[in-house]
Design a protein around this ligand. Structure first.
Ligand code: SF4
Ligand code: SF4
Length: 445
């Protein structure tokens, strides 16, 4: 079977991002295969540890993807501060005889180094055009865990596990491997907190993750981390502001200093993303939504809301509001430029990760979260049929069916973009919902 079909059958998707199906991403040829090992979200510690634990597998997965798309070079981007891992990766690339094809490049410790478009520029000096994708400038980007999953797929192993950092204001920070479909509560209980009700939990990194309403959800292939903070922590208060409240505050308080624009990573790449203009439209009640198309250029990195704005306003949320209005009216941003140059001030306006961590009140929690072996024994797992971009998987099992770990339980609908899903543990299917399959664990005979 060729690589693409192995990846497709294994249900590999972008681990950590939006979950774009990897087999679909690798259908195009490109000059560079880039591995995103930036892990720029504060407190998350997955990628840096995976590269240390599984260097050969990640290198092999990356090489296979690169050769498949006929890339002339594969570049692994990792922050220069991870010196030990960088030495190891370079040693293993040489030992595997790949020095002519693969290179490790050191990234600056900035936020958001892992934004796909920032990464492309940092590694290749190219700029992805507005509202476009890296392929447009000859690059395909995959994530560290995705490269590991590609290597596993080559051995016939589907994606049934994911790695998660549990971090924040807790006694035991750690990174664990968990079965996909396990309850988030089961994962969080590992961190030593007596009463979870005292905490608010961010699903994902502190910058782009959102505050969860409850812990009754289930882990997906994209889950990367849970950050637990006291409910009165600055980040929780800030992230809990509703879009409507953000609109009302922004309307009255924006002083048009344009710091949000001057430090916006997309603006600094030469794009026309200028959040202060969107804020101005809000202040002046400008109803012509079409004029606010630039809001669609926002990658929602949250730098403007959590770092740049001196008035503590919510430009990202206002962008989201306008994005919603534009989508309702079916309006899509039309670029007026083809070629882009990074702004001359870019190098002086990058956001140092250390300063960001101080600004968002996480210094005390910016500690290691070492990989820990935990054997999870859940009673049930709930496997989402849509953990990815595209159509939900179609169940191929019925209620009462016994399934084994790694068994296909949902296939890609015909002629659709999507990803397969597999059971992560042995058990019996007890319920098939619109969006998930529930399995009682352990009753397979
Ligand atoms: S940084 Fe804040 S106050 Fe300044 S223009 Fe942007 S939203 Fe307005
Ligand atoms: S969230 Fe703010 S800083 Fe980030 S891309 Fe959007 S406007 Fe720019």
């Amino acid at each position: 079977m060729d690589l693409l079909n192995l990846i497709k059958d294994a249900g590999v998707i972008g681990a950590g991002g939006a979950g774009f199906p990897t087999h679909a991403k690798l259908t195009s040829k490109a000059e560079y295969l880039l591995l995103n090992g930036a892990e720029c979200e504060p407190l998350l510690r997955v990628d840096q540890q995976l590269m240390k634990l599984f260097p050969d597998e990640i290198i092999r997965g990356m090489e296979a993807a690169g050769r498949y798309i006929e890339a002339r070079k594969a570049i692994l981007g990792i922050k220069g501060k991870h010196k030990e891992v960088i030495v190891l990766l370079r040693e293993r690339i040489a030992a595997l005889g790949l020095s002519n094809y693969m290179e490790v490049m050191e990234l600056r410790d900035i936020y958001p180094a892992g934004d796909e478009q920032v990464l492309v520029h940092e590694l290749t000096q190219r700029i992805v055009p507005e509202a476009s994708i890296p392929l447009k400038v000859g690059c395909v980007v995959i994530n560290t865990e995705t490269a590991l999953n590609i290597c596993n797929a080559m051995a016939g192993n589907p994606v049934t596990e994911t790695y998660i950092t549990i971090a924040g204001d807790i006694p035991q920070r750690m990174t664990v491997k968990v079965p996909v479909g396990i309850s988030i509560r089961d994962v969080i209980e590992q961190c030593g907190v007596q009463d979870i009700a005292d905490y608010a939990i961010i699903d994902g990194g502190p910058m782009m993750g959102s505050v969860m309403n409850d812990v009754e959800g289930y882990v997906t292939k994209k889950s990367k981390g849970y950050v637990l903070l006291k409910k009165d922590h600055f980040l929780i208060r800030k992230k809990s502001v509703s879009l409507n409240r953000a609109r009302i505050i922004g309307k009255t308080a924006c002083e048009q200093c344009r710091m949000c624009t001057d430090l916006c990573p997309r603006y600094l790449l030469g794009h026309n993303m200028q959040p202060h203009k969107v804020m101005r439209a809000l202040s002046y009640n400008l109803d012509d939504v079409k004029e606010q198309q630039i809001a669609q250029l926002c990658c929602e990195c949250n730098a403007c809301e959590l770092f740049s704005c001196p008035a503590n306003l919510h430009p990202k949320s206002v962008n989201i509001l306008y994005k919603q209005k534009l989508a309702e009216q079916g309006i899509r941003y039309q670029p007026i430029q083809i070629d882009f140059q990074a702004r001359s001030a870019r190098d002086h306006r990058l956001i140092p990760s250390k300063r960001l961590v101080i600004k968002i009140g996480l210094t005390a929690f910016d500690k290691p979260a070492p990989m820990k072996q935990v054997e999870f024994r859940p009673e049930y797992i709930q496997i989402a049929l849509r953990q990815h971009i595209g159509a939900p998987a179609t169940p191929v099992v019925g209620i009462g069916d016994q399934v084994k770990a790694g068994q296909l339980i949902g296939k890609i609908p015909d002629n659709s973009l999507g990803a397969t899903v597999h059971s992560s543990l042995d058990g019996t299917v007890i319920e098939i919902k619109d969006n998930s399959i529930v399995i009682k664990v352990g009753s397979y005979v």
